[in-house]
Design a protein around this ligand. Structure first.
Ligand SMILES: Cc1ncc(COP(=O)(O)O)c(CN[C@@H](CCC[C@H](N)C(=O)O)C(=O)O)c1O
Length: 426
């Protein structure tokens, strides 16, 4: 139909528009990622809205980023370390890739007090996000994974990137090699393990992001039993454990037998306001073994030594101060503040007759809008109340019909958001 000359000129024009291209093919796994990663997408929507309404006071209850200043006892420890770096006596270079021993010991003794975790099972990192990706490198492309649905998107996106996930199925909104364990009000936000297929790895976040619900002790006991029976590994994300206000376990290692089946990742981000400071940890127990009996911990250590040069010495000095008695007490005041914020949001939506979940054991309220598209609700609340939330669909197909509202704003913002939402949605 087209002469070779026309095709050639179109191709030349296309090439001219693209500029120089290499001969390197794109990683096919990257092509499988749907849309952008959720949170930068929220930031883009925020920026577009601010441009459209330059005079509106935008209230950001979307991305779960802390806002309370870090207590002085902690920042002065970081400042002291920073200043010491300018002295001969105080200067330090590369630290241990696994983290400073004093911080590893403090995490084991304070966070995991009486939980049987040893200091050399704790690996300090630059945050849980990085640990999720490093764990995926450790696991490799041949693994099958299960995730809660809805859940923190990094587990699925990193699984796609390393080539575990298989093809995306438009009709279900799921990736064919990932098991989505539905968590919703009618199963008390805990998956029906009796109908859950075996996978090599189970990513389990409790308290859960985005639903804000924490698994109970009996539920976690069932999960550990399920993993043991299936020979699976649980990656338990306890990034929000410090928000637990009832007797829900704060660590998977409170459950007998968990050290033989679970890895725990956690973070100073939401516990200490270290979202920008960057500090987290992973616990990889000595008892955790691959099918051939080789210790998982040894391979994780190899990954940390090869792919990570250790967390910042300044951040680690801050982390140590967080775990001192005074530091820990000061941080609890910030967590109480966010709990009070969550109560404000829960009351606002409940007063409108809406079903609200979470908020008691995590800084997120999970609000149900039956029969409505979560992106539609997100857009309406943004457009008409200038309040940013996160559409539930961004956390998985099980999030459709919900929005997540963060409690990390200032008190003034929470009260103003509550007022606006009540007037918008009444
Ligand atoms: C269950 C869970 N595990 C790990 C993390 C990240 O922890 P880290 O800070 O890396 O130690 C988070 C942080 N999630 C937030 C921040 C998101 C926005 C950040 N850019 C990101 O992409 O993580 C959110 O859901 O709004 C989390 O919820």
């Amino acid at each position: 139909l087209y002469s070779s000359r026309v095709i050639c000129s179109v191709a030349l024009e296309h090439k001219a528009r693209l500029g120089h291209c290499t001969k390197v093919p794109r990683n096919v796994n990257m092509e499988s990622l749907k849309n952008g990663y959720l949170f930068p997408e929220i930031s883009i929507r925020e920026a577009e809205h601010a441009e459209k309404y330059p005079h509106a006071k935008l209230i950001k209850l979307g991305i779960g980023d802390t806002t309370r200043p870090i207590p002085h006892i902690i920042t002065s420890a970081m400042a002291q370390k920073a200043l010491a770096l300018s002295t001969d006596a105080g200067y330090t270079g590369y630290g241990d890739e696994q983290g400073n021993k004093d911080l590893r010991e403090a995490i084991a003794n304070v966070v995991y007090k009486d939980k049987g975790v040893e200091w050399d099972e704790v690996f300090v990192s630059d945050g849980a996000q990085g640990d999720i990706s490093r764990l995926q490198m450790l696991l490799g492309s041949g693994m099958t994974i299960a995730v809660q649905d809805p859940t923190f998107p990094a587990y699925v996106d990193s699984s796609i990137i390393v080539g575990q996930a298989g093809k995306f199925q438009e009709e279900t909104g799921k990736f064919q090699n990932i098991v989505y364990m539905r968590c919703c009000p009618w199963n008390d936000f805990f998956p029906d393990l009796a109908t859950t297929p075996r996978t090599d790895v189970i990513f389990f976040c409790s308290p859960n992001n985005p639903t804000g619900t924490a698994a109970s002790r009996p539920q976690l006991e069932r999960l550990v039993e399920f993993a043991k029976a299936n020979g699976s590994i649980i990656v338990h994300d306890s990034a929000y454990a410090s928000y637990i206000s009832d007797d829900s376990p704060r660590s998977i290692f409170e459950i007998p037998g968990a050290k033989e089946v679970a890895i725990e990742i956690s973070s100073f981000s939401k516990f200490a306001g270290f979202t920008g400071v960057r500090l987290g940890w992973a616990v990889v127990p000595k008892e955790l073994k691959y099918s051939n009996g080789f210790p998982v911990r040894k391979d994780f250590n190899r990954i940390m030594c090869t792919c990570f040069n250790g967390a910042s010495s300044i951040s680690q000095a801050g982390g140590l101060a967080c775990l001192s008695a005074d530091g820990y007490q000061a941080l609890c005041r910030s967590i109480d503040y966010y709990h009070e914020n969550a109560d404000i949001i829960i009351d606002a939506f409940t007063s409108l007759g809406l079903k609200v979940y979470g908020g008691k054991n995590a800084p997120y309220a999970w609000v149900q809008f039956p029969g409505r598209s979560s992106w539609e609700v997100f857009n309406e609340i943004l457009e008409r109340a200038h309040v940013v939330t996160v559409p539930g669909a961004g956390f998985g197909p099980g999030g459709e019909g919900y929005i997540r509202v963060s409690a990390f704003g200032s008190r003034e913002c929470m009260l103003e958001a509550s007022r606006r939402l009540k007037s918008l949605l009444k």
